[in-house]
Design a protein around this ligand. Structure first.
Ligand SMILES: Nc1ncnc2c1ncn2[C@@H]1O[C@H](COP(=O)(O)OP(=O)(O)OP(=O)(O)O)[C@@H](O)[C@H]1O
Length: 374
């Protein structure tokens, strides 16, 4: 499409963006629609903290990009204004051991990092709990992406220390929110018996947004991020439709930003459906990268094997997988199901001549794109 130089061309200081920052990954949105029930349930669990009591522990689950972290950040933001309540969000991908989690809590409580020479866990723990008691503060810890603590075999110890802190030190009140997007991980099942007996969390589930909800949510971003009239309803619908394929809102946000950049590249003031389609060639990988990021080593190994045997029967893939990892069939099937559920692969039943029904395993993305991101 060509633009009239007088009317449509963008000069250097012109942009389709009113505020490009709202399309960035760490932007916390002002409005947070379609999560009323989840916020209510989380508030219910946290309310005792405001009254100076130990909050209820909570388990937040749901697929990637469904607003779990944002919900926690929003509520923590509100609680920060409340006297006697301290909130700490730990990203367990970065802090994946008990020591690292408590170091992060220490840093929040004391406003400086624990000594780099290293002190024993017991000391670290003691200093934190003493301070909380002295300051008469209730502590709420959100363990975001808690699955990483499980991968490192640190989950039970970490939760045990947090949940039983009040036993060793009178007056300590700590509540825990665990957040997980790994739906194949049975958190309760994986915890030691000693933790299971003290951890009876409230459960809050975050389902994927449907296309109408996505239009609503992204419409808000559009209003804040683009100048008026930059994207029309038809183009926004297409963005929502493509986002709904994975259900990961990050795809939609990235798509809007890239579509805006594409429009600017054509020196246009408005985004066309074509700008959206071209942007999707890149934005669709936002979800893939998010999914690959959280895979364990054996899960990655299977993705790699499937990439080398794309579209082949599950039995054939198993042989190659077993050859390279020595893992058995049960584990193999679990991983296949996880990858299928994440949308990284499609495991479809098909009739195979002479062998009855068998599953064929196909990557949902281009094999090179997957291997590049592994
Ligand atoms: N209801 C909503 N309104 C506005 N923005 C939202 C909403 N839900 C999610 N988002 C946006 O979508 C992106 C992903 O959300 P968030 O990180 O909270 O998801 P998540 O469920 O924690 O994902 P993951 O499990 O992958 O960590 C963020 O940029 C967030 O701002």
């Amino acid at each position: 499409m060509t633009e009239d130089p007088e009317e449509g061309m963008l000069s250097w200081d012109e942009s389709v963006f009113r505020d490009e920052h709202v399309f960035e990954i760490d932007y916390v949105p002002e409005t947070f629609d379609h999560r009323e029930t989840q916020l209510e349930n989380l508030k219910y669990a946290l309310r005792p903290a405001v009254r100076g009591s130990r909050p209820l522990n909570t388990m937040v689950r749901g697929p990637p990009g469904t607003g779990k972290t944002t919900a926690v950040l929003k509520l923590f933001g509100e609680l920060t204004g409340q006297p006697g309540v301290r909130t700490v969000r730990v990203n367990c991908q970065l802090d994946s051991t008990r020591y690292a989690v408590f170091s992060r809590v220490f840093e929040n409580v004391f406003d400086y990092e624990p000594p780099s020479s290293g002190i024993s866990f017991k000391k670290l723990f003691g200093q934190i709990t003493d301070r909380l008691v002295d300051d008469d503060e209730v502590l709420v810890v959100a363990l975001d992406d808690v699955n990483y603590l499980f991968y490192e075999n640190e989950a039970s110890d970490t939760l045990y220390s947090l949940l039983r802190a009040h036993e060793g030190s009178a007056g300590v009140r700590i509540g825990v929110i665990v957040v997980s997007s790994d739906l194949s991980l049975d958190i309760m099942e994986e915890l030691d018996g000693r933790v299971q007996s003290v951890f009876r969390p409230e459960e809050v589930y975050f389902p994927v947004y449907d296309a109408d909800e996505i239009v609503d949510i992204l419409g808000e971003r559009v209003d804040r991020g683009f100048h008026d009239g930059v994207i029309g309803p038809q183009e926004l619908d297409r963005v929502a439709e493509l986002t709904a394929e994975s259900g990961d809102l990050r795809v939609g946000i990235d798509l809007l930003r890239r579509a805006g950049l594409n429009a600017e590249m054509r020196a246009s003031r408005t985004i066309s459906v074509d700008d959206v389609e071209t942007a999707y060639d890149k934005s669709k990988y936002v979800h893939l990268s998010r999914c690959l990021r959280e895979l364990t080593e054996s899960e990655r190994a299977l993705v790699e094997t499937i990439a080398e045997h794309d579209g082949e029967q599950a039995g054939t893939v198993y042989e190659a997988f077993h050859e390279s990892t020595d893992l058995g069939y049960t584990r193999y099937t679990e991983i296949v199901n996880k990858l299928d559920q994440l949308g990284v692969i499609e495991a479809d039943y098909a009739d195979v001549e002479g062998r009855g029904r068998s599953r064929s395993l196909t990557l949902s993305y281009d094999a090179d794109a997957v291997l590049d991101r592994l």
